[in-house]
Design a protein around this ligand. Structure first.
Ligand SMILES: O=C(CO)[C@H](O)[C@H](O)COP(=O)(O)O
Ligand SMILES: [Fe+2]
Length: 219
């Protein structure tokens, strides 16, 4: 049973886009901490979602920090544009960044919190030399590209390894888990060391999204 604060970040990917106005109001009036915004380019991942113009409009109405997850190749090309469109946190993929340290510096210099995401096959040990420089580590617990997939159980081991790495290095990074988060696995994720739960399908495809967000926060 965990007692620390758990952040909940509903993922807009599973929202009803014909009723975005209502969905954003629901988030504003809920206990959600951040709004998670998944950008996919059809190249790094086999799907295309939404991008800068939508983010800029969402920014006008949302009252919570915008947590942008870039699933795109060469994300450094767009860091400044995402800042201008309203991103508060910008997370790039380890697998998409041969110059990750430079990319993280760029994001921080632009005034955003900087995150690194790792795919299910990417080892936590590869983060040893960047862990002190990031604000967020996003552990993908499904293969990126789609909402509503099944949680990969091995992700729990990765979260425990990451918690150990963060403790050993006195890093201040938050652990964010993304993919297949449900009311059933939330407490195990919190106990393993997660700080932030991203949830798309579980929140937006429920009868009472605000109540689900509240329950997820209890871990
Ligand atoms: O990054 C993502 C997909 O690549 C999404 O944030 C993630 O899949 C959330 O959706 P769900 O909670 O429905 O699994
Ligand atoms: Fe995501």
């Amino acid at each position: 049973m965990q007692t620390k604060k758990i952040y909940v970040a509903p993922s807009l990917l599973s929202a009803n886009f014909l009723q975005l106005d209502r969905e954003i109001d629901m988030i504003n009036n809920s206990e959600a901490d951040w709004l998670h915004f998944d950008v996919m380019d059809g190249n790094f991942v086999p799907n295309i979602s939404f991008g800068l113009p939508i983010l800029a409009q969402v920014k006008q109405q949302i009252k919570k920090p915008l947590d942008v997850h870039l699933m795109i190749t060469a994300p450094e090309r767009y860091a400044e544009a995402f800042r201008e469109a309203g991103a508060d946190h910008l997370t790039v993929h380890y697998e998409a960044c041969p110059h990750l340290h430079r990319n993280i510096q760029q994001i921080r210099q632009l005034g955003m919190k900087a995150g690194v995401a790792i795919n299910p096959h990417t080892s936590v040990s590869l983060l040893a030399d960047i862990i002190r420089d990031v604000d967020i580590v996003l552990v993908m617990s499904v293969n990126p590209g789609f909402g509503g997939q099944e949680f990969i159980e091995h992700s729990l081991t990765k979260v425990r390894q990451l918690r150990q790495l963060i403790n050993d290095t006195s890093s201040g990074a938050l652990i964010e888990i993304d993919g297949g988060v449900t009311l059933e696995n939330a407490s195990r994720l919190a106990d393993a060391g997660c700080d932030v739960l991203v949830a798309g399908n579980t929140v937006f495809n429920s009868d009472n999204p605000a109540a689900v967000i509240r329950q997820l926060k209890l871990g």
